[in-house]
Design a protein around this ligand. Structure first.
Ligand code: ADP
Ligand code: G6P
Length: 472
């Protein structure tokens, strides 16, 4: 393939940048959406290595290229593979199944065939780039077969896998017609990482039940004697970098400008998500609308800003969600707004990181209400930007982040009355209570940052890899 070899590789469905065609036909690159890229980009900058992934456009073979000290190795996907492997099996089968079936998963055999084929391509590309004995870190649900495929091709490698989304309860996972193949695919890794301990436990239980392999706590012994380990590593953000961004004078100025553009409200509520049905956006908007309608929130004083990144726009459930949110926001603003004063400002767009930091710095109450979420980095980003220990985080108990962020105003987003009560409390609580909670949250987010996540995973991978080679 005519490229340099690397001793450290990340393999993910997406590269950290997307190739986009502008209306005038020219091509540019922009940061890829989602938490995986936010988390891994600083890790790669610290490690130097190669990132193998799709560049976001169909039917294009691109040569590897370097950007910011990282070797980017594009993997091509055809239009058909995007439909069947990415939009189909990854995002209409696995995504809803792994998120507690909050939308019904679809099972199609052709989608599975495309998933196998594309996973093989990623494994081959990684095998071609990896140096002898290299560490290869495979990411997320789109590539669960890659660890085993890679091990067959390159037994010399140290192979890690990290699942960014929840690993489902065994009862749900068992619905998957290809459940055995997926488990075997993951077991190709030396170390399999999950967001929370429950995910790792579910996985080990499945291995015992379905494959009848010997397990002991977090270790699985395969029939050939090799050991695979399954553990939790809660992912995080580069908290210091986010904090520095939020403190920049231009970002502070932008933050004031955002508030002014919204009419300088006394209180600003904020929601920030990819437009995804797992995020509980409808629930939070409905809750806010009811609080206004009942006179518990005065729209002259309080506004809600919701920004949602366009996501997976050709998948049916996402199209449906977009229409539902448009309608809900339109109805609330139509019923409850006055001239120049819509209670909800809704932006369906993606913004640069500086703009996100300015929004976090501007917001008095951050509302994070997923029905299920592997971690949720938005919650951590908000906290990292709250230098004055003010502001309040309303956080769904169904996020991985809730396990660490105990001092948030935790909510069950299915309970709209409970959600309303918590949003109101977060609005009216005494400043001293808010400061106490925020201080504790900030301590957690700054201590357990992305460096700690990456080094604890990679140290453990090194250890289990050396044990495998008989070195310890
Ligand atoms: P997910 O990975 O499911 O999208 P996370 O909350 O873990 O959810 O990560 C989302 C990431 O996307 C965060 O880093 C957040 O800053 C970023 N993000 C979310 N909404 C937007 C937006 N409208 N514009 C730019 N970035 C966004
Ligand atoms: C989540 C997933 C990532 C994915 C991201 C954006 O963070 O865990 O694997 O990359 O969402 O979704 P997309 O489908 O646009 O890659």
């Amino acid at each position: 393939m005519g490229t340099d070899k690397a001793s450290f590789l990340v393999v993910a469905n997406r590269l950290p940048v997307d190739r986009v065609e502008l209306p005038d036909g020219s091509v540019s690159w922009r940061t890829s959406p989602g938490g995986l890229v936010t988390a891994l980009e600083p890790v790669m900058r610290a490690h130097e290595g190669a990132w193998v992934g799709w560049h976001g456009a169909p039917d294009e073979e691109l040569e590897p290229f370097e950007e910011g000290g990282i070797l980017l190795v594009p993997v091509p996907l055809s239009e058909g593979e995007i439909a069947e492997y990415y939009e189909g099996f990854s995002n209409a089968t696995l995504w809803p199944l792994y998120h507690d079936v909050v939308a019904p998963p679809e099972f199609h055999r052709e989608w599975w065939d495309a998933y196998v084929k594309v996973n093989r391509r990623f494994a081959e590309r990684a095998a071609a780039v990896a140096d002898e004995g290299a560490t290869v870190w495979v990411q997320d649900y789109q590539l669960q077969l890659v660890p085993q495929m890679l091990r067959e091709a390159r037994p010399d490698l140290k192979i890690g896998f990290f699942l960014h989304i929840p690993f489902p309860p065994t009862e749900l996972f068992q619905q998957l017609p290809w459940r055995t193949e997926i488990i075997k695919g993951l077991l190709g890794a030396d170390l399999i990482g999950f967001q929370v301990p429950g995910g790792a436990q579910n996985f080990v239980r499945l291995v015992r039940q379905r494959l009848k392999m010997e397990t002991s706590r977090d270790r699985v012994t395969l029939p050939n004697g090799r050991v695979a380990t399954a553990r939790a590593y809660p992912i995080s953000i580069d908290a210091k970098a986010f904090n520095e961004l939020a403190r920049r004078p231009d970002v502070q100025a932008r933050s004031a400008e955002i508030r002014a553009d919204l009419g300088n409200p006394k209180t600003l509520f904020l929601g920030v998500d990819r437009l995804d049905y797992t995020k509980g956006i409808k629930q939070r908007i409905r809750a806010f609308g009811e609080l206004v309608a009942e006179g518990r929130i005065d729209p002259e004083e309080t506004v809600f800003l919701q920004v949602a990144t366009p996501s997976r726009e050709r998948v049916d459930q996402y199209k449906l969600l977009r229409d539902e949110i448009d309608q809900l926001v339109g109805r609330i603003n139509g019923d409850l707004g006055t001239i120049g004063n819509p209670p909800i400002t809704y932006l369906h767009a993606s913004f640069p990181r500086e703009e996100m930091a300015a929004m976090y710095a501007a917001a008095d109450v951050m509302v994070v209400t997923p029905l299920r979420d592997g971690m949720n980095l938005v919650a951590k980003e908000y906290v990292a930007c709250r230098d004055g220990n003010n502001g309040a985080l309303v956080l769904s108990e169904f996020t991985g982040a809730a396990k660490e962020m105990r001092q948030a105003y935790q909510v069950n987003p299915y309970d709209i009355n409970g959600l309303k009560a918590s949003m109101e409390l977060a609005l009216r609580d005494a400043a001293s209570n808010k400061a106490r909670r925020m201080r504790a949250l900030r301590k957690t987010v700054f201590e357990r940052d992305i460096n700690r996540w990456a080094s604890s995973f990679l140290n453990d991978l090194d250890e289990v890899g050396r044990a495998r080679d008989g070195a310890v």
